[in-house]
Design a binder for this molecule. Structure first.
Ligand SMILES: [Fe+2]
Ligand SMILES: [Fe+2]
Length: 533
């Protein structure tokens, strides 16, 4: 689907949709003056336009874009769709320079607050010397009054080779954008390994390709990211995440240094927590031989892509506080965690990571996380609700708390989903799935250094937690239809996995299940005895 088609479809959908009585936005601010005014003649147009929710999706949105050169008076014009732009907001410039190529990237971010819930807005981003680029976004609903849909996948890459073609790329990385957009989700979750810029000879061009590819959806609905191991571009900031942090405008987490690495937002009755598992994983997932060989001063500067423990517990403390607050909140029925590496996998690809079980799973159990969406393993797989560990398990193998794969009450435990078929050119091969159907777990790493990737030490385990896996379909995503208040006093999320063959733009529904529980039950976990090993 082309941009033009998208816009036309939306205009049709929206015609006559918005009430003219929707109050205009809070205040009208004029654009700031700039001290150093770049030459505006022939300024590059806004590109890579995308939107993101703030911490409160009902009232907060940020619009972001990029330019290959510094621009003058970057700003956002916005108003309820169908009305004049009633508000002009200056955009903040954030810049980074890639440590390997020396290229500088200019990004612009305009944050909006005090928006009206469940309202469609139109906007333009513009700077001096170039024409505007238009988009729309819808704010989230408030409370339990209205259902909505979101979607998710990880491990996308880009739709065509970039540079000399070192990085993964497939046509499916493009097709999946249209497949997601056709479902008209309110927002989309990207479960890490966005574009694999860290293994490319042309990382900046790879990011450009990624955002350009996704823009035909992401400028109309938030594509909210989690940082994966391939967002770690060593030497771009202390943990390699500087490009990621610069390019997205994400809700704050109280830390300037780690801004965007973990964050949370609320949509209706759902609290979404996006976290960065490189902080806890044993696996050495950020290593890039190409950056080792081509980042100037790599060895002399002591650059090291192995960053386990980098937040020194800050992320974990934030996560626990956020989970506790969500569990206390009377208007949150569902807690969803978006992360990259996985707690369970039945494939000899990367495998699951014991570090996640040690650091995060106890929190998921205590605070009753309902759903975890992840990637890293390049296939689709999901679990029964899990809580606690199998008796005596030194591997902390999660214990299933249900046996119905189709209808799940998440008061019993957390459902984990691997949705890693976003487009990477190396999907989990059929031969990679463990036979018999066991789990695969990284339990440690061998010796290594910043010069050579530390090898993972893996083992297998029983997998009674495994509810469903798809060995045949390399690419796919999941949709989540949220019904916040059903007849009979329940709330549900209906999950559908859509899959496609390699090279095919047709994404068909292949798996469906429902998570359901009483409204307001989020704070009353079942008092089932936790099984601990
Ligand atoms: Fe990946
Ligand atoms: Fe990964």
């Amino acid at each position: 689907m082309s941009d033009r088609t998208c816009a036309t479809r939306r205009q049709i959908l929206l015609s006559g949709g918005l009430a003219a009585t929707v109050p205009l936005l809070a205040s009208t601010r004029s654009a700031p003056s700039v001290v150093r005014r770049p030459d505006v003649a022939g300024a590059p147009p806004p590109e890579q336009v995308h939107v993101q929710f703030g911490a409160d999706a009902a009232t907060q949105i940020a619009v972001s874009w990029a330019a290959p050169a510094r621009v003058a008076r970057p700003r956002l014009r916005v108003g309820p769709r169908g009305e004049a732009f009633g508000r002009e907001v200056p955009a903040r410039e954030r810049v980074y320079t890639d440590a390997m190529t020396g290229e500088t990237v200019y990004t612009y971010h305009a944050a909006l607050d005090h928006l009206h819930p469940d309202t469609l807005f139109g906007y333009e981003v513009i700077h001096d010397g170039a024409g505007p680029v238009a988009g729309t976004f819808r704010t989230g609903p408030r409370g339990r009054g209205k259902g909505f849909r979101f979607t998710s996948f990880g491990d996308q890459s880009v739709p065509a080779p970039v540079g000399i073609g070192l990085g993964p790329n497939t046509p499916n990385a493009g097709y999946i954008v249209d497949a997601v957009d056709d479902l008209d989700p309110l927002f989309h979750l990207m479960n890490g390994d966005l574009c694999y810029a860290n293994v490319s000879d042309a990382p900046v061009a790879t990011w450009t390709s990624f955002f350009t590819n996704n823009m035909r959806s992401a400028r109309y609905r938030p594509w909210m990211p989690a940082a994966g191991n391939h967002e770690n571009e060593v030497a771009n900031g202390p943990q390699g995440y500087l490009a990621y942090q610069t390019r997205f405008e994400l809700p704050g987490n109280g830390s300037a240094e780690f801004h965007g690495n973990w964050y949370a937002f609320t949509v209706g009755t759902i609290r979404v927590l996006s976290i960065n598992n490189d902080d806890v994983c044993l696996q050495d997932g950020g290593f890039s031989a190409y950056r080792r060989d081509h980042v100037p001063g790599y060895q002399a500067n002591g650059d090291d892509p192995y960053i386990r423990g980098y937040s020194h517990g800050l992320q974990r403390a934030w996560l626990e506080a956020e989970l506790a607050a969500a569990r206390r909140a009377g208007d949150i029925d569902w807690i969803v965690v978006c992360m990259h590496q996985v707690a369970m996998s039945s494939a000899h690809f990367n495998g699951a990571d014991l570090g996640i079980r040690q650091e995060l799973m106890p929190l998921f159990d205590v605070y009753g996380v309902d759903l975890v969406v992840a990637g890293h393993e390049h296939h689709f797989e999901r679990t029964f609700p899990v809580r606690g560990v199998l008796p005596g398990s030194s591997l902390l193998t999660p214990a299933p708390q249900g046996s119905d794969p189709d209808e799940i009450d998440t008061r019993d435990g957390t459902v984990h989903m691997i949705i890693g078929g976003g487009g990477h050119s190396a999907p989990t091969p059929v031969a990679g799935f463990d036979t018999p159907h066991d789990g695969v777990l990284i339990t440690g790493i061998g010796s290594g250094s910043p010069q050579s990737q530390r090898p993972a030490i893996t083992t297998t385990e029983p997998a009674p937690w495994s509810a469903y896996r798809d060995l045949a379909t390399p690419y796919g995503f999941a949709s989540f239809d949220v019904a916040p208040a059903e007849h009979g006093g329940t709330t549900s999320i209906t999950v559908t996995h859509y899959g496609a063959a390699a090279g095919s733009p047709v994404y068909a529904p292949l798996d469906r299940f429902v998570m359901r529980k009483p409204v307001g039950a989020a704070r009353r976990l079942r008092t089932r005895q936790l099984v601990t090993g």
